[in-house]
Design a protein around this ligand. Structure first.
Ligand code: DGL
Length: 270
């Protein structure tokens, strides 16, 4: 994207550690097919789920600050539950554009469950966040919310998007770890509280011992982005996408065919 193109039609910025945020981008493109996209992956920092709160509260706003300076987006979406539940407020106070976060879909899950028992799969960092405690207290206080950390699913999703077969053992263990807890047998709704996990929805569904409904926040986030940008007239003649990584460009090579399906063909390092 040239400086002139950026000035004429500023892009939407998406941010995650890897390709997980594509699950949010996928829903956004359905509503805003012509919006120019900059997708940023902090591969140098993956996995966020194993980092401390202090580390992420410093790292995420700093990176977003650099991205906003370079690409001048009209809006930034933190397409990562771990980063959002820890650093959303820090990012909002550091940037002068609207920032949309991705937080566990506890409210919709609470409306959908019939048994009153909800499962939540997330990273280690996400499931211990006070932000999640608050969502549970506000929207699911009369429900049982069972949490399980499934950090290896992040790598399984990354592998899938490189065109490899995700490890079935990792998927099975994630579902068993959730469902085999006390009361787990009653779970009828599972929140995918990491943006990587909806990329494995079919595999997770197959590994579940019985039918459960999976839910994530992507469609709601896409609607929020569309609402916040409703005044913008996006360029009619297609859009140009950029993928920017904090890691090495060579490492992105195996993901290119998948990323190209999102209309992104240009790759840069931050
Ligand atoms: N995709 C990210 C999330 O939604 C986290 C992956 C990671 O651990 O880096 O939480």
């Amino acid at each position: 994207m040239t400086e002139a193109q950026i000035a004429e039609c500023p892009p939407l910025l998406f941010f995650d550690t890897g390709v997980g945020g594509l699950s949010v981008l996928r829903e956004t493109i359905k509503l805003l097919p012509h919006a120019p996209i900059v997708y940023a992956a902090d591969y140098a920092g993956l996995p966020y789920g194993m980092k401390s709160e202090a580390e992420l509260a410093a790292r995420v706003p700093a990176l977003l600050g650099r991205l906003v300076e370079r690409y001048k987006p009209i809006l930034a979406t933190i397409a990562c539950n771990t980063a959002s539940t820890i650093a959303l407020d820090h990012v909002r106070s550091a940037l002068n554009i609207p920032v949309v976060g991705t937080v566990p879909a506890i409210k919709p899950a609470s409306m959908l469950t019939k048994t009153g028992v909800i499962g939540l799969l997330g990273t280690r960092a996400t499931i211990r966040q006070p932000y999640v405690d608050r969502l549970a207290a506000d929207f699911a206080s009369n429900k049982i919310l069972l949490r399980h950390a499934a950090p290896d699913l992040v790598y399984a999703a990354e592998a899938k998007l490189r065109g490899e077969k995700p490890d079935p053992r990792v998927i099975r263990e994630a579902m068993e770890g959730l469902m085999d807890q006390p009361d787990g047998g009653q779970i009828d709704t599972v929140i995918l509280a990491c943006t990587h996990f909806p990329l494995l929805r079919d595999e997770l569904s197959e590994a579940a011992q019985r039918p459960v409904q999976f839910i994530d926040g992507a469609a709601g986030i896409a609607r929020r982005i569309a609402y916040l940008t409703k005044e913008i007239s996006w360029p009619a003649a297609g859009r140009e996408g950029i993928f920017v990584t904090t890691g090495a460009l060579d490492d992105i090579e195996p993901y290119r065919p998948t990323i190209a399906q999102y209309g992104i063909k240009r790759f840069e390092t931050l």
